[in-house]
Unconditional design. Structure first.
Length: 95
């Protein structure tokens, strides 16, 4: 894969469509955010598996779990709003 074309893909499971994060190198799903990393390669970024798909290129990076927390926070989902969103998502899974 080149760049960050399809790092977030849609998966349909039990009649519900939801996003999954895929590696920009191997294309496989990153199932554990602690084992993924976001590499900041100006002017863009790549999401890759730590160790197995990291090309050791010298650049700034952040663990995927930290990146996702910052993304949630920067889009206004924190504290009570985050808990409400989580509860709504869990309800959707029960339908």
């Amino acid at each position: 894969m080149d760049g960050c074309e399809n790092m977030i893909e849609l998966e349909r499971k039990n009649g519900i469509t939801g996003p999954i994060v895929t590696c920009d190198v191997c294309g496989k799903r990153i199932k554990d955010a602690r084992m993924g990393m976001v590499k900041f390669v100006n002017p863009t970024y790549k999401i890759v598996h730590k160790v197995t798909c990291d090309d050791r290129e010298q650049c700034d990076w952040q663990e995927l779990s930290h990146f996702l927390i910052w993304l949630l926070s920067n889009t206004g989902l924190k504290g009570e709003k985050l808990e409400e969103a989580k509860q709504r998502a869990e309800l959707m899974e029960m339908i």
